[in-house]
Design a protein around this ligand. Structure first.
Ligand code: MG
Ligand code: MG
Ligand code: MG
Length: 299
């Protein structure tokens, strides 16, 4: 029989890797990854004693089942032949012949895989551990607005199978592996997830990072602000860096730019500082960009 590969997206995350491993394991296919794993995923695999899948390269013409993505631009090799999709992102791929597609609006692909093959997963605690980790990762320990009741219920079942007594505590332990900024170059901390926007004809840059220990961020405040000022000098009207505290659910917004505009956008008084903590702020897409755009409109 011709090999079928199950593979997640480029810049692999825990959901794309865990879902590929478990789905491939159950169906007798080969799991593969689309690049180097991040530290969180490495931690998860070693925790459950699962080895890293091969990196999918030179896969022209090979049959693939895509997990956790369905955009050609995110594929490991866009010359491979897609024969199936299991995903929780909006459907955007078009194919030239009928294939099996399973897309559900849940917080993680792992929730779908667990739901499809619960009997097999129950017989394999390591698989349950991987899928639990993936759900915790993608839902930011159930705090993301993408989290559904199905994710929560599945996580409880999976935790029971793999012997994780406190999934939230485990989720924090797992997130800590990726979320520490200790020892990291401030340019890479700010630049790792940085997006440009145009607001009122002005260039605005917004970087974001998730952390579990805000004292790590506070300790770097001077460095963060001088890097933002440096970036602003490179042609931005405003540069913002949001450090999101995933434990206490809020973000410290550091900025280089018009303070009055930040105060207006977020309804805060900042005083003599270039940063402000905003309780409940978890999402750049939903909670930073829209109010800022609004403020720029009304200058
Ligand atoms: Mg993903
Ligand atoms: Mg996912
Ligand atoms: Mg993700």
């Amino acid at each position: 029989m011709e090999d079928i590969y199950v593979v997640g997206h480029k810049s692999p995350d825990t959901d794309s890797v865990a879902s590929a491993i478990v789905y491939a394991g159950i169906k007798g296919y080969k799991a593969a990854v689309a690049g180097e794993l991040n530290p969180e995923t490495v931690f998860v695999l070693s925790k459950f004693g699962v080895k890293t899948p091969e990196i999918f390269a030179n896969a022209e013409g090979k049959k693939v089942i895509l997990v956790d993505h369905n955009e050609t631009s995110q594929m490991a090799d866009d010359k491979s032949e897609v024969v199936g999709v299991v995903d929780h992102h909006k459907l955007s791929m078009s194919v030239s012949k009928p294939i099996s597609v399973r897309v559900e609006p849940v917080g993680a692909t792992a929730t779908i895989v667990a739901g499809m093959y619960m009997d097999e997963v129950k017989a394999n605690p390591a698989w349950a551990g991987l899928l639990l980790s993936a759900i915790l990762s993608d839902t930011v320990i159930f705090k993301s607005p993408t989290t559904t009741e199905e994710d929560r219920v599945m996580a409880v079942t999976l935790a029971d199978v793999c012997g994780i007594k406190d999934p939230v505590a485990y989720g924090i332990e797992m997130k800590k592996v990726n979320a520490s900024i200790v020892g990291k170059d401030i340019r890479s901390v700010i630049g790792a997830d940085f997006k440009d926007f145009e607001m009122g004809g002005k260039k605005v840059g917004i970087g974001a990072v998730e952390v579990v220990d805000m004292s790590e961020v506070a300790a770097r405040k001077g460095e963060i602000l001088s890097r933002l000022t440096e970036l602003k000098g490179d042609g931005y009207e405003m540069v913002i860096f949001a450090a999101t505290d995933i434990i206490n659910e809020g973000s410290e917004l550091f900025f280089a730019g018009d303070k009055a505009l930040i105060e207006k956008a977020f309804g805060v008084q900042i005083g003599d500082s270039a940063s402000v903590y905003i309780k409940g702020l978890m999402s750049r897409k939903k909670q930073i960009v829209p109010p800022l755009e609004e403020a720029y409109k009304n200058i």
